[in-house]
Design a protein around this ligand. Structure first.
Ligand code: ADP
Length: 563
């Protein structure tokens, strides 16, 4: 008997459907053999399908047989409508988008959100390159352009006095212009001169990061997968594997040919069109992608070392979490949602990660062996985690947060009372210790200053004890982890297993408490409580960052002294 149903839209990626089928699930919707609304085989007459349709629900199939527990997964590339959120929420299933995450996934809204967070929390939010939205911020952009240009021209004039070549335009700041609503590198261009700026739709113009990390002379950026399984309380996971995406023409660091997109953009959809795509390129080989296993090997094999990769990963975890914090809703949202985000992160030569954009529907189609290595395990892990972390809280306007656990469950609060029921296993074991050179690293995220707490393979077994047990769970879990008492359901900390998620939030007791504080956000006090919870979390991230930096400094001093 099937124990799951996947409800899809037309554009649902094939590997997502295939994963459902391999689990023995039914797949319902366009492109499958079952009708989207009634769940009946499309071969049945329409009248029969209509008869079986109940109103007011998305894609409601016949009632599952008594005693069976059918899990429903709704997978759409586009967003759900308000009413779909409402009705889908009543079913024992999960939907693959949260409402209101557009503020992350639209380039212009992301800029606004980041500016707000920067104003409140300071420099920790300095990971988005300086950006302006055109046409509304044209004047501001011109001021920034003039200021940057003056700086650059002064620097290049100084160089020419010192005897370096003094080509004025060579020293100019470069800006990258991207349409707000498009993706996959479409209509992107670079400018040095303001007079080259022409646009016919809303654009984001961003300071071009001039000194990216290059491998074999090719520019590289990273596609990192972040899974948010719950907003209230917040639970964020990072996939250990991901894609390093390369340009297919050597990076032009002198910025002489800014029109060569194969050199300056790393999108696969652009580089697939390059003549050199299939060539065996220096160090990177043919194609334009690596997985993180290969990237880590590259770090290991050159002077940067594996510790540098761990440090970079720690920074990526931090900026990902800081970014997700900007989307936290102040009103309760459906606990049946989850979302897989694709973060595009550019790393500069100093190994500082810059956030370029957040995708709400990262490409999951398989195009080559690297994609297969990364995306198939990714989709499998998403299914596992989403199914394990079933929602246990329900938002009800009249009653506030109310459990939807079975009637006789301890999780279920007395009717009409507002009570928080954290997701099972809301607490997590502490994250691995800070990565420092010379220490053995655990997994790609290890060391993540922090690194992420390893997500249990079968979560939800412990800690579903109801009421405010999130921090209690955390303590118990932390204690058992420290004591090394894992039972069969605990995670197996396999350092080299790239095919799994690590939890990056909550990462300790304080943040677990902040997450619970968020979960209580409702009513008039919601904004204040939410702001307070975010402040606590950002403070913890900052503390961790500082600790990691001190550890790195201490190690580099030691290394220098020993030389
Ligand atoms: P899209 O949504 O069209 O893919 P992105 O913002 O991801 O747009 O940018 C596409 C590519 O352009 C990136 O993969 C990266 O290689 C390059 N890029 C984007 N912004 C910058 C920047 N500020 N500095 C340097 N390179 C950038």
């Amino acid at each position: 008997m099937t124990d799951g149903v996947l409800r899809v839209c037309e554009s649902c990626p094939l590997p997502v459907r295939q994963e459902a089928l391999s689990r023995g699930w039914r797949v319902i919707g366009p492109g499958s053999t079952e009708d989207e609304v009634s769940g009946c085989p499309v071969s049945q007459p329409a009248s029969e399908r209509r008869r079986k349709t109940r109103r007011g629900r998305i894609g409601v199939a016949e009632n599952p047989p008594a005693g069976s527990r059918v899990f429903e997964l709704y997978w759409r590339n586009s967003r759900f409508t308000k009413s779909e959120f409402k009705t889908g929420h009543d079913r024992a299933g999960r939907m693959n988008h949260f409402p209101h995450t557009k503020c992350l996934t639209k380039k212009d809204l992301l800029i606004h959100a980041m500016r707000k967070m920067r104003a409140v929390h300071g420099k920790i939010y300095d990971f988005l390159p300086m950006s302006f939205i055109l046409p509304s911020e044209y004047t501001k952009f011109v001021h920034a352009y003039a200021a940057e240009d003056d700086d650059q021209v002064c620097a290049s004039a100084k160089k020419s006095i010192e005897g370096h070549s003094g080509d004025k335009s060579a020293g100019r700041a470069v800006w990258i212009c991207k349409p707000s609503d498009l993706s996959r590198g479409r209509k992107i261009f670079l400018i040095k001169d303001l007079s080259d700026l022409h646009y016919d739709q809303q654009y984001v113009v961003q300071r071009y990061v001039p000194n990216p990390l290059t491998i074999g002379g090719y520019k590289v950026d990273l596609r990192v997968y972040i899974l948010v399984t719950s907003m209230q309380p917040l639970r964020v996971h990072i996939f250990r594997n991901g894609l390093a995406r390369f340009g297919t023409v050597k990076y032009d660091d002198k910025m002489q040919d800014i029109d060569n997109l194969f050199s300056h953009l790393t999108n696969s959809s652009i580089n697939k069109l390059s003549n050199t795509f299939d060539h065996d390129k220096e160090v990177i080989g043919s194609g334009s992608k690596w997985d993180f296993g290969a990237l880590r090997e590259w770090f290991k094999s050159n002077q940067l070392g594996e510790a540098a990769f761990a440090t970079l990963w720690a920074r990526i975890c931090d900026i990902s979490l800081c970014t997700i914090l900007t989307a936290l809703p102040s009103k309760p949202v459906s606990s049946s949602c989850f979302e897989l985000f694709g973060f595009d992160i550019l790393v500069d030569a100093a190994l500082r990660p810059w956030l370029l954009e957040v995708n709400c529907a990262p490409a999951l189609s398989i195009d080559g062996s690297t994609d297969r290595r990364v995306k198939e395990p990714l989709i499998r892990a998403v299914y596992d985690l989403v199914q394990q972390q079933q929602p246990v809280v329900k938002t009800n306007r009249r009653r506030g947060l109310r459990a939807i656990a079975p009637k006789n469950s301890k999780l279920r609060p007395a009717s009409g009372k507002t009570r928080i029921c954290p997701l099972p296993n809301a607490g997590l074991p502490p994250r691995p210790a800070t990565a420092v050179a010379g220490q053995k690293q655990k997994g790609p995220c290890a060391g993540a200053s922090a690194g992420a707490a390893t997500t249990m393979t079968r979560e939800g077994q412990q800690g579903a004890s109801g009421d405010d047990s999130g921090t209690e769970n955390f303590r118990a879990m932390a204690a058992s982890t420290e004591a090394g008492q894992h039972d069969d359901n605990d995670y197996k900390d396999d350092d080299d297993d790239l095919s799994r998620f690590d939890c990056i939030f909550p990462f300790d007791e304080t943040t677990a408490q902040a997450a619970l504080l968020m979960a209580t956000c409702q009513g008039q006090a919601s904004q204040r409580k939410l702001a307070e919870a975010i402040r606590i979390i950002v403070q913890e991230i900052r503390k961790r960052r500082r600790g990691a930096m001190q550890a790195e400094c201490a190690v580099s001093t030691e290394v220098t002294a020993s030389r």
